[in-house]
Write a protein that binds this ligand. Structure first.
Ligand SMILES: CC(C)(COP(=O)(O)OP(=O)(O)OC[C@H]1O[C@@H](n2cnc3c(N)ncnc32)[C@H](O)[C@@H]1OP(=O)(O)O)[C@@H](O)C(=O)NCCC(=O)NCCS
Length: 133
Protein backbone atom coordinates (compact mmCIF):
# COMPACT_ATOMS: atom_id res chain seq x y z
CA UNK A 1 0.00 0.00 0.00
CA UNK A 2 1.53 3.30 -1.12
CA UNK A 3 0.87 6.53 0.77
CA UNK A 4 1.97 10.05 -0.12
CA UNK A 5 3.29 12.79 2.13
CA UNK A 6 4.35 16.40 1.54
CA UNK A 7 5.57 16.78 5.13
CA UNK A 8 9.35 16.45 4.98
CA UNK A 9 9.90 17.38 8.66
CA UNK A 10 9.64 13.83 9.98
CA UNK A 11 11.35 12.10 7.05
CA UNK A 12 14.78 10.62 7.79
CA UNK A 13 17.74 10.07 5.46
CA UNK A 14 17.64 6.32 6.20
CA UNK A 15 14.24 6.17 4.45
CA UNK A 16 15.77 7.52 1.23
CA UNK A 17 17.84 4.58 0.03
CA UNK A 18 18.25 3.43 -3.58
CA UNK A 19 17.47 6.62 -5.46
CA UNK A 20 19.48 8.27 -8.26
CA UNK A 21 19.77 4.95 -10.09
CA UNK A 22 22.63 4.96 -12.60
CA UNK A 23 24.18 8.21 -11.43
CA UNK A 24 27.99 7.97 -11.34
CA UNK A 25 28.14 10.08 -8.15
CA UNK A 26 24.66 10.13 -6.64
CA UNK A 27 23.75 12.59 -3.90
CA UNK A 28 23.96 11.05 -0.44
CA UNK A 29 20.68 10.28 1.40
CA UNK A 30 21.52 13.22 3.69
CA UNK A 31 21.88 15.55 0.69
CA UNK A 32 18.69 14.11 -0.74
CA UNK A 33 16.82 14.84 2.50
CA UNK A 34 18.22 18.39 2.57
CA UNK A 35 17.06 18.87 -1.04
CA UNK A 36 13.52 17.77 -0.15
CA UNK A 37 13.39 19.92 2.97
CA UNK A 38 14.79 22.93 1.09
CA UNK A 39 12.27 22.67 -1.73
CA UNK A 40 9.21 24.84 -2.10
CA UNK A 41 7.16 21.66 -2.34
CA UNK A 42 8.03 17.98 -2.28
CA UNK A 43 6.06 14.76 -2.18
CA UNK A 44 7.36 11.35 -1.20
CA UNK A 45 5.61 8.06 -1.98
CA UNK A 46 6.03 5.64 0.93
CA UNK A 47 5.67 1.92 1.38
CA UNK A 48 3.85 0.66 4.48
CA UNK A 49 7.22 -0.05 6.11
CA UNK A 50 8.20 3.62 5.84
CA UNK A 51 10.60 3.20 2.94
CA UNK A 52 10.41 5.92 0.32
CA UNK A 53 9.79 4.48 -3.17
CA UNK A 54 9.33 7.70 -5.13
CA UNK A 55 9.69 11.43 -4.83
CA UNK A 56 9.25 14.72 -6.63
CA UNK A 57 10.51 18.14 -5.62
CA UNK A 58 9.66 21.62 -6.86
CA UNK A 59 11.47 24.89 -6.33
CA UNK A 60 9.65 28.20 -6.77
CA UNK A 61 9.48 31.94 -6.14
CA UNK A 62 6.12 31.16 -4.56
CA UNK A 63 4.36 33.69 -6.80
CA UNK A 64 4.47 32.88 -10.52
CA UNK A 65 7.20 30.42 -11.44
CA UNK A 66 8.28 26.93 -10.45
CA UNK A 67 10.78 24.33 -11.57
CA UNK A 68 10.74 20.58 -11.00
CA UNK A 69 14.36 19.42 -10.67
CA UNK A 70 13.81 15.78 -9.81
CA UNK A 71 11.26 13.01 -10.12
CA UNK A 72 12.09 9.37 -9.52
CA UNK A 73 10.30 6.14 -8.73
CA UNK A 74 12.40 3.17 -7.64
CA UNK A 75 12.66 0.60 -10.48
CA UNK A 76 10.63 -2.14 -8.78
CA UNK A 77 7.76 0.31 -8.22
CA UNK A 78 7.63 1.84 -11.69
CA UNK A 79 4.64 1.39 -13.96
CA UNK A 80 2.09 1.53 -11.13
CA UNK A 81 1.01 5.16 -11.51
CA UNK A 82 3.22 6.49 -8.71
CA UNK A 83 5.07 8.90 -11.01
CA UNK A 84 1.81 10.20 -12.41
CA UNK A 85 0.47 10.79 -8.90
CA UNK A 86 3.64 12.62 -7.83
CA UNK A 87 3.58 14.92 -10.87
CA UNK A 88 -0.16 15.57 -10.47
CA UNK A 89 0.33 16.62 -6.86
CA UNK A 90 3.20 18.95 -7.76
CA UNK A 91 1.24 20.55 -10.62
CA UNK A 92 -1.74 20.98 -8.30
CA UNK A 93 0.48 22.82 -5.81
CA UNK A 94 1.56 25.15 -8.65
CA UNK A 95 -1.82 25.59 -10.35
CA UNK A 96 -1.96 29.35 -9.72
CA UNK A 97 1.52 29.96 -11.19
CA UNK A 98 2.39 31.25 -14.66
CA UNK A 99 5.01 28.59 -15.40
CA UNK A 100 6.17 25.16 -14.28
CA UNK A 101 9.29 23.94 -16.10
CA UNK A 102 11.39 20.80 -16.03
CA UNK A 103 14.11 19.18 -18.11
CA UNK A 104 13.76 15.65 -19.46
CA UNK A 105 15.06 13.29 -22.09
CA UNK A 106 13.10 13.41 -25.36
CA UNK A 107 11.65 9.93 -24.77
CA UNK A 108 9.93 11.21 -21.63
CA UNK A 109 8.20 14.10 -23.40
CA UNK A 110 5.09 12.00 -24.17
CA UNK A 111 4.93 11.07 -20.47
CA UNK A 112 4.77 14.72 -19.42
CA UNK A 113 2.49 15.63 -22.31
CA UNK A 114 -0.08 13.21 -20.92
CA UNK A 115 0.11 15.21 -17.70
CA UNK A 116 -0.64 18.48 -19.49
CA UNK A 117 2.86 19.83 -20.15
CA UNK A 118 4.26 21.00 -23.50
CA UNK A 119 7.85 21.01 -24.90
CA UNK A 120 9.81 24.26 -24.42
CA UNK A 121 13.40 25.12 -25.45
CA UNK A 122 16.00 25.58 -22.70
CA UNK A 123 19.61 25.90 -21.59
CA UNK A 124 21.56 24.55 -18.61
CA UNK A 125 24.87 24.25 -16.79
CA UNK A 126 26.08 21.29 -14.69
CA UNK A 127 28.68 21.24 -11.87
CA UNK A 128 29.08 17.52 -11.21
CA UNK A 129 31.57 18.14 -8.40
CA UNK A 130 28.72 19.55 -6.30
CA UNK A 131 27.30 16.02 -5.97
CA UNK A 132 28.79 14.04 -3.12
CA UNK A 133 28.47 10.26 -3.12
C1 LIG B 1 9.77 8.55 -15.24
C2 LIG B 1 9.29 7.85 -13.97
C3 LIG B 1 9.33 8.81 -12.79
C4 LIG B 1 7.86 7.38 -14.20
O1 LIG B 1 7.37 6.84 -12.98
P1 LIG B 1 6.30 5.66 -12.96
O2 LIG B 1 5.75 5.56 -11.59
O3 LIG B 1 6.90 4.44 -13.55
O4 LIG B 1 5.21 6.26 -13.96
P2 LIG B 1 3.71 5.85 -14.09
O5 LIG B 1 3.46 4.47 -13.54
O6 LIG B 1 2.89 6.96 -13.53
O7 LIG B 1 3.61 5.79 -15.66
C5 LIG B 1 2.63 6.42 -16.35
C6 LIG B 1 2.91 6.30 -17.84
O8 LIG B 1 4.21 6.76 -18.22
C7 LIG B 1 4.89 5.80 -19.03
N1 LIG B 1 6.33 5.85 -18.75
C8 LIG B 1 6.91 5.59 -17.57
N2 LIG B 1 8.25 5.73 -17.67
C9 LIG B 1 8.50 6.09 -18.96
C10 LIG B 1 9.69 6.35 -19.68
N3 LIG B 1 10.90 6.28 -19.11
N4 LIG B 1 9.57 6.71 -20.97
C11 LIG B 1 8.35 6.78 -21.57
N5 LIG B 1 7.19 6.52 -20.93
C12 LIG B 1 7.27 6.16 -19.64
C13 LIG B 1 4.28 4.50 -18.61
O9 LIG B 1 4.40 3.55 -19.66
C14 LIG B 1 2.82 4.89 -18.36
O10 LIG B 1 2.13 4.97 -19.58
P3 LIG B 1 0.55 4.73 -19.67
O11 LIG B 1 -0.09 5.81 -18.83
O12 LIG B 1 0.26 4.86 -21.12
O13 LIG B 1 0.33 3.37 -19.11
C15 LIG B 1 10.14 6.58 -13.67
O14 LIG B 1 10.19 5.77 -14.83
C16 LIG B 1 11.55 6.89 -13.20
O15 LIG B 1 11.79 7.12 -12.02
N6 LIG B 1 12.51 6.91 -14.15
C17 LIG B 1 13.91 7.17 -13.81
C18 LIG B 1 14.16 8.61 -13.41
C19 LIG B 1 13.62 9.58 -14.44
O16 LIG B 1 13.76 9.40 -15.65
N7 LIG B 1 12.99 10.64 -13.92
C20 LIG B 1 12.42 11.70 -14.72
C21 LIG B 1 13.42 12.78 -14.89
S1 LIG B 1 12.78 14.08 -15.92
Amino acid sequence: MISYTDDMSTLEASQLRGFFVGWPAPPSPEQHLAVLRGSYYAVVAMEGDGRAVGFINMISDGVLTAFIPWLEVLPEHQGQGIGRELVSRALKAAESFYSVDLLCDPQLQPYYEKLGMRPVPGMGLRNWSALRG
